[in-house]
Structures are given as structure tokens and as C-alpha cells.
Design a protein around this ligand. Structure first.
Ligand SMILES: Cc1cc2nc3c(=O)[nH]c(=O)nc-3n(C[C@H](O)[C@H](O)[C@H](O)COP(=O)(O)O)c2cc1C
Length: 459
């Protein structure tokens, strides 16, 4: 057998009607696309034609944009969307190969619900489900779940660790071949194949077993995107795909190396953890055309929304009292996303930006790397990051849908394929198979230490 060449993994991060904050106002955008199933189905068919590994649905359990009143909120657009798991269930029956990844929070769910729903989607899609594990980052979400404010950062990750123990334990309720449905002997399943969890811990008391058979992939693919010390430690222990935001090649390379090292410290094969930074591509047949496309979107940015987005990315730190043409002030710590706050702060200082320049630089990529240019320019950047081991793949964030996804699939994918960097056919019918991530045997999750590991902050 020949040596298999390392190739890119691609996620389609399809925030409808586009990743750019003003996308909903773009002439070609479906402003009401968030609740239009036919629109999603069409997008998925395009992504599947482009051989994307997976489609990813981000989510919050509530409206997460900061706003003072209805007037401000009405300028934001784009917060209506389907519940992600409901959407994926429907998409599962309209697609055949693309992975289906959804966000669900460990802070505002019970593990039994999550284990059951993702196991169901894995069965419905014949092995294409993935869970983006988040601890959530806003008080707005906490306020929909009986609290005034979110639990602090460390306690959210503390609960998340135990949550994972329970969820994976529930997926391991049954041997893979436990269910024989043997009419002859009268045994629905083999009694030796049942493993009752009986978990009693600090946050959860869950007996099990799950009333769904072991998922086709063993466990749905586990994704995580926390980049704080605790977030990285959690990802090193549990994640098989790590989403991240990076501005520069050096930043991305350091993160990639750090994640692999931390996974190895847990006793894992670092190759079984794929790091996928976000990429916001604005694609034109010429550079001038790409610049024009970006300018059209930037002209549609409402200043209220621009400043609100910056507030959000800083972890809900109010900077409305600061002059827009002055620098970003020193910031208090946030209980929201500490890593994104740091990234934005570093960018402002590194590039010497005023607050207005800073928010205008974030309206597209929100902290993810932006590339504006020809298909070759986009492929060059992807190749550079990939070969420098700064990325195992990318989460592609089209600025406006469906146009931005069409551009990527029709213009960039063929260029990546020509360079031998990306598949021309799916290798497998399961997401694990395409990502090159092993199917875990029953009980695999309990074989590693639970953490926190040596790199986490003290809890
Ligand atoms: C590509 C990407 C997608 C994310 N999607 C979501 C999401 O859908 N919902 C959510 O609450 N957080 C999402 N996050 C935020 C992370 O889960 C995490 O909370 C954040 O990076 C802060 O982590 P930290 O507190 O460890 O720094 C996403 C982050 C990235 C980089």
C-alpha cells in the first residue's frame, strides 16, 4: 500500500444569509434564509458537490447580540434560525455524504438529552453526525435558563468535563452488536451487551442506559472551539476536531503545535485531533473584483451593529463611552470568551487601530483570517498554512450565501484539487471515514484521565 498523502479537511460554516455581519442587506442575500429549509437544502447540495467534509451550524440558546432597545436589535438582522438539531435531522435525509455538525451547550442542557439527540442524528444520517461542544459565553443565554448571569468560566468547563463523561458513557450503553432482534429465541438484545452507566457525580446523577443503540460512528465526531487554557485542555482531552480563530500564520502554527502537544500529554495520538482555523474568503476572478465585493459589504455596515459586534467579541465589555477615533482602552477580564477578547486586543495593538478601524476590520471575519483575492490567492493561503502545519483544514465562512459558497466550490475547490490538496471523491460514507478519525471502541472515552490536565488553569 502506498503512503497516503496528507490532505485538507474542509468545513462549511454556513451562517445564513452569510458570515459578514451586513450580509443580510446584500442585494443577492436571502435575508429570511435562516428559516428557509429549501435554501439550506440547496446550500448543502452545493457543499456536497464541493466534497466538503462537513456542514457546521453555530448556535446560541437565545439572541446573543448585545442591544439596548428594539431599535438597535432591528438593525442587526440574522438572528432567526432553526434549532440546529431539528435542521440537521431534516438535512440528513436530503444528503448522502457530507458530515452534519451542530453546536449544543453543556451549560444549558442535560447530558441525557444531548446523548440521545446526537445518537439519533448519527443513526438518521448513517454515521455523519458531529457535535460542537460549547460551554456558551453570554449572560443573555443564562437569562433563558433561570439565571441572571452565566456561571463563571472555570465552573462552566468543570461541568462540561463531567457532562462528557456522562454523554460518552450513555453512548456506550450497548455493545455494537447488542441488538439481535431474535424473534426465534425471544431475545430483543443479548443481555451481556447491556452496560448500565449508573453515574453519580457532582453535577449529574444519570442511571442510563440510553434508549438508542450505539451510534454508527461509535461516538458522533466531537468538535470543540475553546481557546482559553481550560478550553484547550478540554479540547486536548475530548475533541477530535478543534475549531479556532487565528489572524496570523505564526499564531495559527503555535496553536496547532500546542494542541497536538496537549493531546499527546493525555496519551492521545495527535493525528487524531484535527485543527481547523476559520477562513473568511472574498473571491473574485480578479483581485479588483474581490476588493469591490468586499467594499459593497463594508458599505452596508450599520455603525451601531459594528460597535455592537466589537462589544460582543470583547466578551460583552461596554466601550460605548470611548471615542471611536481613539485606541481601544485596557480591558477588564471577561467571563465570556477570554481567547477572542485577547485576539481582538492583540490585533488592535499590533495594527495600531482606532476603535472604528478595529470594528470595521472585524465585520467580515469576526477575528477569523480574511483573504480577499483570486481563487489562486485563496488556495495559496490555504496551502501555506496547511504545509506549515498551522492547519489540518479550514472552516470556510462565505461572506454572503449562496454566492460565496458557489464561488468557493466552483473556483477554489478545483484549484485545491489541481494542487493535490483536496479530495475529488469522498473516501467514505461516514464523517469519521472522511476526516480520517478512528471509530472509538466501546469504553474508549474512559481509558484516558479525565482532566483537567497539566496545561489547564487551576479550578
Ligand atoms: C469556529 C468557531 C465556532 C464557534 N461556534 C460557537 C457556537 O456555535 N456557539 C457558542 O456558544 N460558541 C461558539 N464558539 C465559541 C467557543 O465555543 C468558545 O466558547 C469560545 O471560543 C471561548 O472559549 P474560551 O472561553 O475557552 O476562550 C465558536 C468558536 C469558534 C472558533
Amino acid at each position: 500500500m502506498g503512503v497516503t498523502r496528507r490532505t485538507l479537511r474542509l468545513g462549511a460554516f454556513l451562517l445564513t444569509p452569510g458570515y459578514h455581519v451586513a450580509s443580510w442587506r446584500h442585494p443577492t442575500a436571502r435575508a429570511d434564509g435562516g428559516l428557509d429549509f429549501a435554501h439550506y437544502r440547496e446550500l448543502l447540495h452545493t457543499a456536497e458537490r464541493g466534497k466538503f467534509d462537513m456542514f457546521f451550524v453555530a448556535d446560541g440558546v437565545g439572541i446573543r447580540t448585545p442591544y439596548r432597545d428594539a431599535d438597535e436589535l432591528s438593525r442587526w438582522g440574522r438572528f432567526l434560525q432553526f434549532d440546529p438539531l431539528t435542521l440537521l435531522s431534516a438535512l440528513a435525509v436530503h444528503t448522502t455524504h457530507i458530515g452534519l455538525a451542530a453546536t449544543a451547550s453543556t451549560t444549558y442542557n442535560e447530558p441525557f438529552h444531548i446523548a440521545r439527540k446526537f445518537a439519533s442524528i448519527d443513526h438518521l444520517s448513517a454515521g455523519r453526525a458531529a457535535w460542537n461542544i460549547v460551554t456558551s459565553v453570554t449572560d443573555a443565554e443564562a437569562q433563558n435558563f433561570n439565571r441572571d448571569a452565566q456561571p463563571d468560566h472555570a465552573s462552566r468547563y468543570h461541568r462540561a468535563r463531567e457532562f462528557m463523561e456522562v454523554v460518552t458513557g450513555l453512548w456506550d450503553s450497548w455493545d455494537d452488536d447488542a441488538f439481535g432482534y431474535d424473534k426465534e429465541s425471544g431475545r430483543y438484545f443479548d443481555p451481556a451487551g447491556l452496560h448500565v452507566l449508573d453515574h453519580k457525580g457532582e453535577h449529574f446523577s444519570v442511571r442510563g442506559p440510553l434508549n438508542v443503540a450505539r451510534p454508527p460512528q461509535g461516538y458522533p465526531v466531537l468538535i470543540q472551539a475553546g481557546a482559553s487554557a481550560d478550553g484547550q485542555d478540554f479540547a486536548a482531552r475530548w475533541a477530535e476536531v478543534v475549531f479556532t480563530a487565528a489572524q496570523t500564520l505564526d499564531e495559527a502554527r503555535a496553536f496547532h503545535r500546542g494542541m497536538k502537544r496537549q493531546a499527546a500529554a493525555y496519551g492521545r495520538d495527535p493525528d487524531q485531533l484535527k485543527v481547523m482555523p476559520g477562513l473568511f474568503p472574498v473571491i473574485g476572478r480578479t483581485r479588483a473584483e474581490a476588493e469591490d465585493k468586499y467594499a459593497v459589504l463594508q458599505d452596508l455596515v450599520d455603525p451601531v451593529v459594528g460597535l455592537g459586534l466589537l462589544t460582543q467579541l470583547l466578551g460583552d465589555i461596554d466601550i460605548s463611552g470611548c471615542p471611536l477615533d481613539g485606541p481601544l482602552p485596557e480591558l477588564p477580564p471577561t467571563e465570556g470568551s477570554t481567547s477572542r477578547q485577547q485576539l481582538v486586543y492583540d490585533k488592535a495593538r499590533r495594527e495600531g487601530l482606532t476603535i472604528k478601524e478595529l470594528y470595521r476590520s472585524l465585520t467580515g471575519g469576526r477575528g477569523h483570517r480574511i483573504v480577499i483575492g483570486t481563487p489562486e490567492d485563496v488556495a495559496d493561503l490555504m496551502e501555506e498554512w496547511f504545509t506549515a502545519e498551522a492547519a489540518d483544514g479550514f472552516n470556510v465562512m462565505p461572506p454572503v450565501l449562496p454566492e460565496g459558497l458557489d464561488d468557493f466550490v466552483d473556483l477554489v475547490v478545483p484549484e485545491l484539487q489541481r494542487r493535490g490538496l483536496f479530495r475529488t471523491e469522498y473516501e467514505s460514507s461516514t464523517l469519521r471515514g472522511n476526516l480520517g478519525i478512528d471509530r472509538p471502541a466501546r469504553g474508549a472515552a474512559t481509558e484516558l484521565p479525565l482532566g483537567p490536565g497539566p496545561f489547564a488553569t487551576q479550578e
